[in-house]
Design a protein around this ligand. Structure first.
Ligand SMILES: N#Cc1c(-c2ccc3cc[nH]c3c2)n[nH]c1N
Length: 234
């Protein structure tokens, strides 16, 4: 399966980075197909206007619905298709989680709508919900200036789960938040040299005793999770 990823933004250059590193390899291997679009290509005035003042007053500007609608028509089409997943990164969205990444990794087409200013006219989201499967997702409780960075983070979390992307799929199984990990944070990692600036790798990890190593790692995960993410232990 090839996953097609579209990005709608007034800063499409943000997505040039998708041509490098592992993601670039996924593109070369035909696992993903990436298309970034400049929302201003669907404006018709001299200034290529995409924003206007908010109805009801308030600070900042709101993204006009017209360019989004015409971009949808051009990029996705005018017929409803629930197999297309449209993602609106937004601070008011549902927290993005590993399980959401897992679900999205099986989808064939994802369109990211990256807002700027104070956000996008709500009718754009309402319209998208009549046509496609819509996800309003938040990366976390902090404020970004737009949806592009969130779209990149969601992309990386999703694409790495596509079968065939990771050289060694077993490495996915032990990561924090992986299914079956009891929602435990990953244990501390070490590699050579065994001694570095007066600090040694824990002896148990050099013992070759797999049972004790597994026990040490689980205990470390439990301690870390209890200390940093007690919410995961509920
Ligand atoms: N996802 C997400 C976000 C955002 C975000 C997303 C889109 C826009 C458009 C204008 N400002 C934005 C902030 N802030 N914090 C998050 N976790």
């Amino acid at each position: 399966m090839t996953m097609r990823l579209d990005y709608l933004s007034i800063f499409p250059g943000y997505f040039d980075v998708l041509d490098i590193s592992l993601l670039g390899k996924a593109v070369d291997n035909g696992l993903v197909e990436v298309h970034a679009h400049d929302l201003r290509d669907w404006t018709h005035d001299r200034h290529r206007t995409v924003d206007d003042t908010p109805c009801g007053g308030g600070a900042g500007m709101v993204m006009k619905p017209d360019p989004w609608g015409e971009a949808f028509d051009g990029i996705i089409g005018i017929e409803p298709d629930p197999s297309v997943h449209v993602i609106f990164p937004t601070p008011s969205g549902i927290p993005f989680t590993q399980s959401a990444a897992q679900e999205l990794s099986t989808v064939e087409r994802v369109v990211f709508c990256c807002g700027r200013y104070e956000g996008i006219d709500h009718r754009v989201i309402d319209y998208a919900r009549t046509m496609w499967t819509v996800h309003e997702l938040s990366l976390g409780d902090y404020v970004l200036n737009g949806g592009e960075v969130a779209a990149l983070a969601i992309t990386e979390a999703v694409v790495r789960l596509i079968p065939g992307f990771m050289g060694n799929p077993e490495s996915l199984a032990e990561e924090s938040f992986s299914p079956g990990q009891e929602r435990l944070l990953e244990y501390p990692l070490f590699t050579r040299p065994v001694s570095w600036r007066g600090m040694d790798v824990p002896e148990v990890l050099m013992s070759g005793h797999h049972g004790r190593i597994a026990e040490w790692r689980r205990e470390e995960s439990l301690l870390l999770t209890r200390d940093r993410r007690p919410d995961l232990t509920d």
